[in-house]
Design a protein. Structure first.
Length: 649
């Protein structure tokens, strides 16, 4: 999706600068519906981190004839989820990864990546977001009501500027706040996909990112008298997150703790997306395919072309002799030797179906040699259309293919090598010559590879084998666990996350709740789920989770206030959060699981009401702990961890 934009004419405002804006996960702060306007509202807006504005400033961003102009350049939106789409838009708009991550750390706090998100304080009001409303503040000045909408919660005059040129179909969604005003990015995307209007989400992201960059270029909304140059000197994502917060957002709470929170989000998104180009975001399963080498014949080459995969080693006539050739071995080794997470996927056999034993011997040999430590997946040969193939002079039969697949399945035996039968079982041929698949067929085969070729004992797809790593995990490994949790079928989810949890997210899927993931992880990956203990049916609110786990298991509970530090495989809790728990008369707090610690970096998996499931975060330890001084950790003992999960215990 591209937005063509015309060049700005307002030379005294515009500076040609690179900006990178990134999106972030978060739940918005909750306030009660507005009843009446009075002077106290001014403080309330600041308390709830509502977008800052100067009531005495002329809020017009552009001249009256603005209807014919936007920002020069193209905005490209790609990806499969809200954060990926926003990241791609910001990158294509010219921002650096550090700038993008810094902005995304702020967007998470503002809207949870929801382009239709309305400020909670006004969600039940009868205000028309296209109109101007005023009140008399505590200083006797008549000022405009701040009512935030969209990705960065544009308010007051900036809100009206955003809406002035917005296409009618996008504006209609924003005006329907009852249906769409409470949705975060992933929730809105799912809703629009259900309505058959998924492209409208891309359109909204392109328009709003476009507008945000336009504001940055205009240089209007920074400290008075300080023409903030957002290009520098900000060399890290942390620097830019702070600068964007203090110069562009300017909430009332500008404390170090508040800054550290947004910096932590920025660090996490930087780690997640820094190596991803907009094209990467367009590839289904991009988070795994960039760590996968695809090896094969013409069929595999066609998949690489259709999907846009670049990490491919293919040959039209590839067979066993080609695979065993030194040049092929070297090409594969060059792609995996500096990437310990790389998986080798082999799609061969159609050109020599009688060589199953030779293929298996070669794979077993390489897995123990050049590919040692890497996962290797041998794909079953997908079916052909015998009639079309025969018409083209090819005598191959599906019976021969079935015999090859059966032989391969029983022959691969080396550690780390698996045979994937998904293609033979789940793919229906579509094409014209009986052998090669058309584009839709290539997409189906690729989907079967990603979603059906798990190879791990926990089942699932290539990114869903759900196995922990001894000693802790890096970001990519943690993503596999998050994907497994997010896509687990209902029976598996209910087995280790039984009823008994109230869901304050007001969502249809209980896995969105932060407490859900912490409880599921403990139930699934410890001896509780291996039959040696009792499944936990409750861990209280987020702030209580670490303590509940410790009480239930007698594992060690430690507090950051006493000098405790994060460890791999521990449940954490802290006070605060954005959801009010009436039962306790306090904020519900938050919980998640620390799955890795590397120096000063902490890798966590957390769910939240604003994240639509488990999400991976990478925090700077010092910043994270400063932002949440109430952190508590329940350390899971090594001998209690079941690496493969309770389903296999």
């Amino acid at each position: 999706m591209k937005w063509q934009l015309c060049r700005l004419e307002w030379s005294k405002w515009v500076r040609v600068r690179r900006v990178l804006v990134f999106s972030f996960l978060a739940a918005l702060l909750v306030a009660s519906p507005i009843q009446a306007l009075n002077a106290s509202r001014e403080d309330e807006w600041s308390t709830y981190d509502i977008f800052w504005f100067d009531p005495d400033e002329d809020l017009s961003l552009v001249p009256a004839d603005r209807s014919n102009c936007g920002l020069s350049g193209d905005i490209m939106v790609s990806g499969t989820d809200a954060t990926g789409k926003i990241w791609s838009a910001l990158i294509s708009g010219g921002l650096t990864p550090e700038q993008a991550a810094g902005v995304m750390g702020n967007i998470q706090v503002e809207s949870g990546f929801g382009p239709t998100r309305h400020e909670n304080s006004f969600i039940n009001s009868d205000y028309n977001i296209e109109e101007k409303y005023t009140y008399v503040n505590s200083n006797g000045k008549t000022v405009e009501v701040s009512y935030g909408i969209g990705l960065v919660q544009w308010s007051a005059g900036r809100r009206r500027n955003l809406l002035a040129n917005m296409p009618a179909d996008q504006k209609a969604l924003l005006l329907d706040r009852e249906t769409y005003g409470r949705l975060n990015g992933d929730q809105l995307l799912a809703q629009l996909e259900e309505e058959g209007r998924a492209n409208l989400f891309n359109d909204m992201i392109a328009y709003q990112v476009n507008f945000l960059i336009q504001e940055l270029n205009a240089g209007r909304y920074f400290e008075p008298g300080n023409d903030w140059n957002y290009q520098g000197p900000f060399v890290t994502q942390a620097d830019f997150a702070r600068a964007f917060m203090l110069n562009f957002e300017r909430p009332k709470d500008q404390s170090e703790a508040a800054q550290a929170g947004r910096v932590g989000f920025a660090e996490s998104y930087y780690q997640l997306y820094r190596d991803a180009s907009p094209t990467d975001m367009a590839v289904p399963g991009a988070e795994i395919t960039k760590n996968t080498v695809f090896v094969g014949d013409q069929r595999m080459a066609d998949i690489c072309t259709t999907i846009g995969l670049e990490n491919c080693v293919t040959n039209q006539w590839a067979d066993y002799a080609w695979l065993a050739n030194q040049d092929t071995r070297s090409a594969i080794r060059a792609r995996i030797q500096n990437n310990p997470q790389a998986t080798v996927v082999i799609g061969l056999g159609l050109n020599d179906l009688g060589n199953a034993a030779s293929y298996a011997a070669e794979l077993n040999r390489q897995a123990a040699g050049n590919w040692a430590g890497h996962r290797v997946v041998m794909l079953s040969v997908a079916p052909i259309d015998e009639s079309l193939a025969a018409a083209g002079g090819n005598s191959t039969t599906n019976a021969e293919i079935e015999a090859f697949n059966t032989a391969m399945q029983g022959a691969v035996s080396a550690a780390g090598v698996s045979f994937c039968s998904s293609l033979a079982q789940n793919v229906v041929y579509t094409g014209t010559d009986g052998i090669r698949y058309d584009e839709s067929g290539n997409e189906s085969v690729y989907s079967a590879i990603v979603n059906g070729c798990g190879g791990g004992s926990a089942g699932g797809g290539m990114c869903q084998y759900g196995v922990l790593v001894t000693g802790g995990m890096n970001m990519e490994q943690a993503q596999e666990i998050a994907d497994f949790y997010n896509t687990a079928d209902r029976d598996l989810l209910d087995q280790f996350l039984p009823e008994g949890l109230s869901n304050p997210c007001d969502a249809s899927d209980k896995r969105w709740n932060c407490v859900s993931f912490s409880r599921w992880f403990v139930n699934y990956y410890t001896d509780l789920g291996a039959g040696n203990g009792s499944i936990m049916t409750s861990v209280g609110n987020g702030v209580d989770a670490a303590g509940y786990v410790a009480n239930h298991t007698r594992w060690q509970l430690s507090s950051a206030r006493d000098g405790a530090l994060p460890r791999a495989y521990s449940v954490f809790s802290y006070e605060g959060g954005s959801k009010w728990c009436s039962s306790s008369g306090a904020y519900c707090g938050h919980t998640g699981v620390i799955v890795g610690v590397d120096g000063n970096s902490v890798v966590t998996i957390e769910a939240s009401c604003g994240s639509s499931g488990g999400k991976v975060h990478v925090y700077d330890m010092e910043n994270w702990m400063n932002a949440h001084p109430s952190l508590e950790f329940t350390y899971i003992p090594d001998d209690a961890i079941n690496l493969e999960g309770g389903a296999n215990g």
